[in-house]
Design a protein around this ligand. Structure first.
Ligand SMILES: C[S@@+](CC[C@H](N)C(=O)[O-])C[C@H]1O[C@@H](n2cnc3c(N)ncnc32)[C@H](O)[C@@H]1O
Length: 318
């Protein structure tokens, strides 16, 4: 039986809200809109729409005279989406419907553009949902999926103002990540590496003209943190460090650590490897936590990630 995530709970809702603040650059959205070929007057389905993010960011490119329908299995996220859409859905119609993406409540060939973002990566059977998205798309219409490869993101050590990790430590992190990701799949919680797999899934399901682009946003953070994006990221880092310190002071284990270990073991990892990993984390924490706190307080911390691993994949229904 697959484990279920409630995206409306406090932790997951916060994740969607925070990550969506600066997820795509506006110019990339414009480029994607042209590449996908959306235009005013079309009908759009956003599967697993959450708070209606895709509708909101793409609306300027298709909204006029269009119908946007967001489907999600969370009634409370849909309620938020409805309220937020009052601010952006002008000149066209935005509707939200409670439903399961595994059995979309629409007839075959209803929409010109069917899209999703970070939906397939969380599903036990992403092929079933992609098939449903294709079914409800009109012949000649487009299906697009924004999905990541989080293994790449997790395993690539960014360039930052802290001491480098050793090669052995990086290999250990990569090994733990692989078991953790495999554990999520084994527990039916989805494949966090799904992005690069989507083009072949689309091909097997009969789409044509398949192509893929990458989100070109690089989360650079460096003094004097001039942009709103950098200021927001900096605040998030400070908030996370403070929350971690509070837990440590109270001697309370972070519930996320227990979840992490559980997924790792479900993915074939051994307690011995996990012990080595925890020892490495403690060693690195002792070496760098004070340094990082000081740099954050003094405003000297910098980081430049090296992996771009969030994709937009599209295909056309013949
Ligand atoms: C990571 S969130 C992404 C939300 C939105 N697409 C965005 O990018 O902000 C995943 C969303 O998929 C929804 N979801 C998960 N499984 C679903 C299913 N089987 N049917 C419909 N919605 C689903 C969740 O409720 C959640 O809102």
């Amino acid at each position: 039986m697959a484990e279920k995530t409630d995206w409306a709970d406090e932790r997951h809702r916060k994740m969607i809200v925070d990550q969506r603040r600066f997820l795509w650059r506006e110019d990339t959205i414009s480029m994607l809109a042209g590449w996908i070929g959306i235009r005013p007057g079309i009908s759009v389905l956003d599967a697993g729409c959450g708070r209606g993010y895709l509708g909101e960011v793409f609306w300027p490119h298709f909204g006029r005279g269009s119908l946007y329908v967001g489907v999600d299995c969370s009634a409370s996220l849909l309620e938020e989406a409805r309220e937020i859409s009052g601010g952006w859905a002008r000149g066209g119609r935005a509707r939200f419907a409670l439903g399961d993406a595994c059995a979309l409540p629409f007839p075959d060939g209803t929409f010109d553009w069917t899209c999703c973002q970070t939906l397939l990566m969380h599903l036990a059977d992403p092929g079933l949902v992609l098939g449903e998205m294709i079914r409800v798309t009109k012949p000649g219409g487009v299906v697009s999926c924004n999905e990541p490869d989080n293994e790449v993101a997790l395993a690539s050590h960014p360039f930052d103002s802290l001491p480098d990790m050793s090669f052995e430590d990086l290999v250990l992190v990569a090994k733990v990540n692989r078991h953790w990701i495999s554990g999520r799949i084994a527990l039916g919680m989805g494949d966090w590496r799904i992005g690069p797999r989507v083009p072949s899934m689309m091909r097997e399901l009969g789409l044509v003209d398949i192509d893929i682009r990458v989100n070109d946003l690089v989360e650079l953070l460096q003094p004097p943190y001039e942009t709103p994006r950098m200021q927001f990221r900096l605040e998030m880092m400070k908030e996370n460090m403070a929350a971690e310190r509070r837990l440590r002071r109270r001697g309370v284990a972070d519930p996320l650590d227990e979840e992490h270990r559980r997924f790792f073991l479900a993915g074939g990892g051994t307690p011995y490897i996990y012990g080595k990993y925890l020892a490495m984390k403690r060693r690195i924490h002792r070496k760098t936590a004070g340094m990082m706190r000081r740099q954050l307080e003094e405003g000297t911390y910098s980081i430049c990630p090296i992996a771009c691993s969030f994709f937009c994949i599209m295909g056309r229904k013949p």
